[in-house]
Design a protein around this ligand. Sequence first.
Ligand code: SAM
Length: 243
Amino acid sequence: MTEISMSGLVEGAKKLGVTLDSYQLNQFEIYYRNLVDWNERLNLTAITEAGEVQAKHFMDSLTLLPLIKGISMESLRIIDAGTGAGFPGIPIKIAMPDVKMALLEVTTKKARFLEHIITELQLSDIEVINERAEEAGHKSDYRESFDIVVSRAVAELAILAELTLPFCAVGGYLIAQKKGDIRLELENSLKAIEMLGGRLSSVDKVTVDELDDMRYLVIIQKISQTPQKYPRRPGMPEKRPLL
Ligand code: SAM
């Protein structure tokens, strides 16, 4: 087996104040090998070079850690909505093994990959929900059941708020990873966020050198229950965003 240097991730994590032990680094290496292997059959990621995966997938996912660690709650329940091949949910779970993690993904083939990688990494307290957010968000097992909702590259904020805020318990947070100039998107989402029981808390710029291409963490606090009619039926949040 060709050797893979994980030094990029070690150094990058350090910059985020995250120390990864040899067991965790080995988990990241196994994750990388499986991602690239399955990517030959499934379209999981356009990024496959080891150094780039470490920066743009692994480290980028870990940028949420300081925030998550700052939310002092016992036995945190986190859901990653629209996780794809597991970003940012799986790196967070590797780095914080004690959190309870749910990975929501509508595409069945991707969900199969997630189940496979969970077994390979021997992770516990982690579940794959192979459903649409619009449906899962109405089920009592998931609705307002998570302390933190995380989501990367799934939809514009107004749409994302409808898809994800129903999962968030009152007092919890939605942390959306965003890239590029998000000013207009942010402005256009304020009404939806309010209608869904949220309040924009802050927008933090990611300041790590390896990720200097305008990456932001948009943090929304859940301050009241989401009205029962949301999320609307599948496809509606995207078709008619709550602008
Ligand atoms: N979060 C991952 C990442 O950053 O690499 C994946 C991003 S990918 C662009 C968006 C993912 O969200 C896709 O895998 C898609 O199937 C999933 N998705 C989109 N809409 C969804 C919905 N309504 N419910 C559940 N999953 C959804």
